[in-house]
Ligand binder design. Structure first.
Ligand code: BES
Ligand code: ZN
Length: 618
């Protein structure tokens, strides 16, 4: 506490700081919990603004140029510590002079600390370029895109921004930024920011684009993409960016986006980022979606042709509040981003498509939680994770997190809980959050000393204990009763009737395939396949559930479909588990995994390839 007061006082007094180009330094130094995933020492010196001037060199697969950082620092601060990973650093300067720096020892995932002597400077410029295998960047060749033109995109979460920009890469350290990027003249650059020059300006060496983010954001949300991109409008503040041949399908799938933004606002207050556009990426995009502000990045695997997978958009949009406005201060609290967002996603889906659809998603989530509780060690079953490195999309963080909030809602009533959430987003907008702070705030504002309510809620058990507290209620979706009935019927030896499958939506089909016994006979698999043409499924979520059965049961007639699936998209959630099960089927699966992977690996994103390398043992 003393340290904080000194810091603020020093900041207010420092003449060097008032001369600094960035605004309102005084408001920018809230106390931060220790982030073990970052080397930064934000209590001593903190980045407030990042200014990048880069060239995208597709031949060499590097971004090259400069990064200028505006800094707030204690008067007595001699140095600033940044996070860097694989960056090639040239000169560092400030106040017109060269500044000495050292890059410390690198620790695998975290990269290395870069310590720069400030010599009084509060604005420093780093000349640098990225490495061709920067994990945040994927450079796609013309053969890997729909347009036949090259493509580049970045993915910062959780700690990969440090592989393309030298700054403090911790979600509690919010920064504004501006970017000038020179791309090849025939390509378009877009960013998670205001696009100041939509057409770009032809300059020497290509076409220059300028961007600006005036809201302070955690820097994992800074994202860029370059490709043969076109834009189609959906509503007044919503639209779709993608390669030309994908635009029509994209616009069809995203038709409800404007309504989604309105629905979200009606729930939890104004959308504070201006536009909400989405960028549909080439199939190697490693996630379903990424909530980059103003421009959500999406996998093309959600294009089902019937809008049945649009909860992905609802999810990423919801992050505009939970995650992007109020942000987990450290990654061990990522449930504050993902669990809140999964809850919020369900509320948007319920408002737009009805309670039954939302409940079906809850029930599928419940099954995922049960599976996690059965298979994961206790430490990975807590919402507040003891090891933040465990952060990756997990059923606990998403589904148990959402179930916690649904439990609160059920106990205290929707009206009261909604009022609380709305004020939470308002009061903590653009601020970092921790589990402890959320619980304290919730007790302060919502529980308000009501001992009976406190006892009913079991807040600490939910946040800090493994498993599920005793006040949990299993969700129930009527529509699944019929599905479960058909599963038992099939297990009892009756041939499956084609009729219900034809009429089922995505969730019912997923429920059916997920609840079939994991071990099936060749004959059962033949019957299923021929009844429902499972190898030809166009919906990737359902197809994935079928391919899990194919691999588990070493079902040869499914292998061509599996091969196509694994070589035509690279979404980690689909790809990793299928290789993992293949590798457990020694005689049968390993040669298949190696053959498919040899073909697919060049297409996979660096982080997915690294994960599959470990699985397949390359
Ligand atoms: N923020 C996540 C993606 C992410 C998580 C990236 C962890 C890096 C580390 C995004 O909002 C997300 O949750 N995506 C999901 C889709 C969603 C509908 C559950 C995904 O990618 O599958
Ligand atoms: Zn998410």
């Amino acid at each position: 506490m003393i340290q904080r007061r000194t810091l603020l006082a020093a900041t207010l007094a420092a003449p060097a700081l008032s001369a600094c180009a960035t605004t309102d330094i005084r408001a920018s130094l809230p106390e931060l919990p220790r982030d073990t995933q970052s080397y930064a020492k934000p209590d001593e010196a903190r980045v407030l603004h990042v200014s990048l001037d880069l060239q995208a060199d597709f031949e060499r697969k590097v971004l090259a140029g400069s990064c200028t950082l505006s800094i707030a620092a204690r008067d007595d601060a001699r140095e600033i510590v940044l996070d860097v990973k694989g960056l090639n650093i040239g000169l560092v300067s400030g106040n017109g002079r060269t500044l000495p720096f050292v890059i410390g020892e690198s620790n695998g995932a975290r990269g290395a600390p870069m310590t720069i002597q400030l010599n009084g400077a509060r604005e420093i410029t780093i000349i640098y370029e990225t490495s061709p295998d920067a994990e945040a960047l994927q450079w796609l060749t013309p053969a890997q895109t729909a347009s036949g033109k090259p493509f580049l995109f970045s993915q910062g979460q959780s700690i990969l921004t440090r592989t393309w920009a030298p700054t403090q890469d911790s979600p509690g350290i919010r920064q504004t930024y501006d970017v000038r990027l020179v791309a090849p003249a025939d390509l378009i650059a877009v960013m998670s920011a205001e696009m100041l020059t939509p057409e770009g300006e032809i300059v020497e060496g290509g076409r220059a684009f300028r961007f600006r983010m005036r809201n302070p954001v955690p820097i994992y949300l800074m994202a860029i993409a370059v490709g043969d991109l076109v834009f189609g409008s959906v509503g007044p503040r919503t639209g779709v960016w993608t390669e030309p041949t994908v635009l029509e399908r994209g616009l069809y799938e995203c038709a409800d986006m404007e309504a989604m933004v309105r629905t979200a606002e009606a729930l939890y207050g104004p959308y504070r980022w201006g536009r909400y556009d989405v960028l549909i990426l080439p199939p190697s995009f490693p996630y379903g979606g990424m909530e980059n502000p103003r421009l959500t990045f999406l996998t093309p695997t959600f294009l089902a042709g019937d809008r049945s997978l649009v909860s992905l958009i609802a999810h990423e949009l919801a992050h505009s509040w939970s995650g992007n406005l109020v942000t987990n201060a450290v990654w061990s609290d990522s449930w504050l981003n993902e669990g809140f967002t999964t809850y919020f996603e369900g509320r948007i889906i319920e408002a737009l498509y009805g309670a039954e659809r939302a409940t079906m998603a809850d029930v599928l989530g419940w099954a995922e939680i049960q599976e996690a509780i059965r298979t994961q060690p206790a430490d990975l079953q807590r919402l507040h994770l003891l090891d933040p490195a465990a952060d990756s999309p997990s059923a606990i963080v998403y589904e148990k997190g959402a179930l916690f909030l649904r439990t609160i809602e059920r106990i205290m009533g929707r009206t009261r809980f909604d009022a609380y959430l709305r004020s939470y987003f308002d009061r903590y907008a653009f601020q970092p959050m921790t589990t402890q702070k959320f619980l304290a705030d919730f007790r302060d504002r919502a529980v308000r000393g009501d001992a009976a309510l406190e006892q009913q809620l079991q807040l600490d058990a939910w946040a800090y204990e493994p498993g599920l507290p005793s006040n949990v209620e299993e969700p129930h979706a009527e529509a699944f009763d019929q599905v479960d009935h058909f599963v038992s019927d099939f297990v009892a030896g009756n041939p499956p009737a084609a009729a219900p499958w034809e009429n089922w939506g995505t969730f019912e089909r997923q429920r059916y395939l997920q609840t079939l016994p994991r071990t099936l006979t060749r004959q059962q698999l033949d019957t299923l396949e021929s009844s429902f043409a499972l190898n030809e499924l166009g919906n990737n979520e359902v197809l994935f559930n079928w391919l899990e059965l194919v691999v588990n049961n070493q079902y040869d007639p499914g292998v061509p479909s599996l091969t196509h699936f694994l070589t035509s998209q690279g979404r980690g959630k689909f790809v990793r588990p299928l290789y993992r099960v293949l590798m457990t089927k020694a005689e049968w699966g390993r040669p298949i995994a190696r053959r498919i992977y040899a073909e697919a690996r060049p297409m996979y994103h660096p982080i997915v390839a690294a994960a599959v390398d470990r699985i397949v043992g390359v």
